[in-house]
Each structure stands twice: as C-alpha cells, then as structure tokens.
Design a binder for this molecule. Structure first.
Ligand code: ZN
Ligand code: ZN
Ligand code: ZN
Ligand code: ZN
Ligand code: ZN
Ligand code: ZN
Ligand code: ZN
Length: 415
C-alpha cells in the first residue's frame, strides 16, 4: 500500500506531525479523503486516532494542555492547517505498482499533484489499476492497458467466423470443432469413402439423402483388419513371453549349478593346506650370468588357503655365500598374522636318487620381507650338466609347502 511519506515531494514540517504518535496529522493511507484536523480551544492539534483513543478512556481534557473538553464533538476544526496540507505536492499514488509501495518508473503515473486534488485525479488517472470487466476474468492492469488486455483476454467474446455467434475466445476452437452449425465438416463415414463435405447443420439431411451402406461396410472391414493385426501382434508377444519364461527358467537352473560349483571351488581353495609343484627354471646358463651375487630371481606366487607364498632364488648366492645357490620361501600377504609352515626344496637330478632335498619347519611371522631357507643348501659348482642337475639348460625345484596343523605324522623333527 502506498503511504503519504512514499510520495511526498518534500517532507512535511513538524507542525504537520501529531506530538503524541509522532506520525502525520492525517490519515496515513487515506490522506486523499482526509477528514478534518481537530484542535482544542488553545489550538493543540492531534491526529484523529489519538483524539479518538483519548476520549474512549472517558477523559475530559486536552491531550496536551489539559484544558477541560466535554467530548470529541466539542473540538473545533483547524481549517488553515487542512488547507496548507491540501496544498502540499505529491506524486500520483499510481507511480507505484499495484498494492505496493515500490515505484514503477516505467509504467507508473508521473504526474505531480496537490493532495487536495488527489481524489479527483485518481478517479480519472489512466495509470490506475482496474479489473477486467469480462465475466470470469480475474486479471487487473493499468487502465491504459485495457485494449491490450482485451485483445488477449480469453474471456472476451468474438464473433465466430462461420456463424457469427458471440463466443468467448478460449472456447472458439471447441465451438468450431464440435458445435458451430455453419462450419464445413466431413461426412462421419469419410473413412469409409464418402467424400461429401457440408455445413454441420446439414449433416442429418446428408445421411438421409445418400446411401452409406457401402461406406459403412468399408469401415467394418477396416476395423476387422485392424483387429486381426492387433490379434497377431498380441499372439506374437504372448509366444515370445512364453519363450522368454522358458529361457529364464533354464538360466535359473544354470545359475544354481554355477553357484554350487562356485561354493565347492571356494571351499576347496580355502581348505588348500598343502601345495606341491615343480618350479622349472629355463635358460639356466643365461640366468646364471645375468643374476650376479645378491640379485634375486622370484618364482610366481602360489596360494595355500588365503596365504600367498613364493620362492626366491639367488643363483650366485648372497654376499659372503657366493659359492652357493640360495633359496628361500616367503609369505607375501597377511602381515597381521603368522602361520606355521613345513616346507621342502628338492633340486631334481636326472637320476632321481641323486636329487637333493632339504626340509624344514618355520613360523612365518607377522612381518613380511623375511623368508626361510638357506644360503648354503646347494654348491654352485655341483650344478651342471655333468652332475645331472642341469638338463637341457634347465633346473627344476620340487617345492612342497604344508600349513595344515601339525599332527604326530607330519611333524618334522631335527635332532
Ligand atoms: Zn496522534
Ligand atoms: Zn496518528
Ligand atoms: Zn490543548
Ligand atoms: Zn495519476
Ligand atoms: Zn480479461
Ligand atoms: Zn460458429
Ligand atoms: Zn456421407
């Protein structure tokens, strides 16, 4: 809502302010219809609200000078102050948007008027907000936009281009499509081949005058055909559904079998406690040259349950043990737990009775990076073709690792 202070050209001086409520002496939002300004016989002026409130408490004196006053009716009117007030200049309240104190600098009323002329200006101001007069329309707009609004207002009526009936704009399409008696329409049997077109009001006569049997039969045939197509599609879909269901059942069976297999495999893997393999090392002579003292050559990893192991080989020994081939077993995972393992390395000889096997039992501690074995199991000079350990330039280690809990039969004892 626009208030007086929002549109005053110059702020009013203190003589226009009520010294009780410190607001203007005039009705703030209804200043343009302002009632009389009342004063006591000593000339104390107050706003109407303050005077009214004061006398409601049945006091019988002036708010300021305490002079006895019988009632609000015995106050006199300050005509001069009212006249001065009426001469003050304001912007037309229609400078603001509707029901707002925000100014509309583009479309608002730019007129500056006297307060006493405000009421009559508002009634003819082109920028005042009005409501659309079309029944059903709830839009409001500035008076000067009336024509623009009516052009697009769906509740405004226009003449039907066919029958000249007055129709509300939003209903015109509906009228022409379904009701208008003068609109040209096709025969309702046009799908069956009747090419006639006529005003809607002549439809009944056309049906009477022309024999439509053939057209109706055509339509029935078309429907039968469509029905057949739909039926075939339906049957086809049903067949495919049955096939899909069968396949699904087959897949289900397969999945069940796979699941069982998988569970078996998992339990077998988890329960693997003994591992045996031949570690075949090809191109022994080349490797012997390329892995000098201290250079390590690792086997692929293998698993016992959830434990991962591998073997590591120093073909030319390690540091002081340069006369030996050194081999070790390492635990490669689970740094958080230790495991007891019995293991053996057997360097295979062409003559099995000459194969050399070393067995041991160690606790593979929590930490990784520490393997078990020996720097001195095999003397390098003894590993060659003549001795039978190198065959076709390859050597073979038979490796056995067992982490099953020790029983009396599988414990290794070294005295
Ligand atoms: Zn007051
Ligand atoms: Zn007041
Ligand atoms: Zn007084
Ligand atoms: Zn105006
Ligand atoms: Zn409207
Ligand atoms: Zn019409
Ligand atoms: Zn027809």
């Amino acid at each position: 809502m626009v208030e007086l202070k929002d549109i005053l050209i110059k702020e009013l001086s203190s003589e226009f302010v009520c010294n009780v409520c410190m607001d203007y002496l005039f009705d703030h939002d209804n200043f343009h219809t302002s009632k009389a300004i009342l004063q006591c016989s000593n000339g104390c002026v107050h706003c109407l609200k303050c005077w009214t409130k004061h006398f409601e408490t049945s006091k019988k004196n002036c708010l300021t000078c305490r002079e006895p006053i019988e009632s609000i009716e015995s106050l006199s009117k300050n005509i001069i102050l009212k006249k001065q007030f009426g001469n003050k200049k304001i912007q037309c309240p229609n400078i603001c948007f509707e029901k707002s104190s925000e100014k509309d600098e583009v479309n608002g009323c730019k007129e500056v008027i006297k307060i006493e002329d405000c009421f009559s200006h508002l009634s003819k101001c082109n920028h005042r907000y009005i409501s659309c007069t079309m029944e059903g329309c709830t839009e409001t707009f500035r008076a000067l936009d009336l024509d623009k609004h009516l052009e697009k207002c769906g509740f405004a009526s226009i003449d039907c281009e066919h029958c000249e009936m007055k129709i509300k704009k939003f209903a015109v399409k509906e009228h022409i499509d379904n009701d208008c008696s003068k609109t040209i329409i096709k025969c309702k049997y046009s799908d069956g081949g009747c090419k006639a077109e006529f005003k809607r009001e002549d439809a009944d006569n056309h049906i009477k005058d022309v024999d439509h049997k053939e057209f109706i039969q055509n339509i029935i045939d078309q429907h039968k055909e469509k029905h057949e197509v739909i039926k075939r599609k339906y049957e086809d879909t049903e067949n495919r559904l049955v096939t899909a269901e069968k396949k699904l059942a087959e897949f289900d069976q397969i999945a069940k079998k796979l699941k069982i297999n998988c569970e078996n495999l998992t339990s077998r893997i988890d329960s693997t406690e003994k591992y045996q393999c031949n570690w075949v090392i090809y191109n022994y002579s080349e490797k012997f040259r390329t892995y000098p003292n201290g250079a390590m050559f690792a086997s692929p990893a293998f698993w016992l349950g959830s434990y991962k192991f591998n073997c590591e080989l120093y073909l030319n020994g390690y540091k002081d043990y340069s006369d030996f081939l050194s081999i070790f077993l390492f635990k490669k995972n689970h740094p958080e737990s230790s495991v007891q393992a019995r293991y053996s390395f057997e360097l295979v000889n062409r003559n099995p009775s000459k194969s050399v096997k070393y067995s041991n039992s160690s606790t593979f501690d929590k930490d990784l990076g520490y393997g078990f074995g020996s720097f001195r199991y095999y003397k390098k000079v003894e590993i060659n073709e003549e001795s039978g350990f190198v065959v076709d330039n390859k050597i073979i280690f038979n490796i056995v690792v067992d982490i099953s809990p020790p029983t009396s039969s599988n414990v290794l004892i070294s005295q």
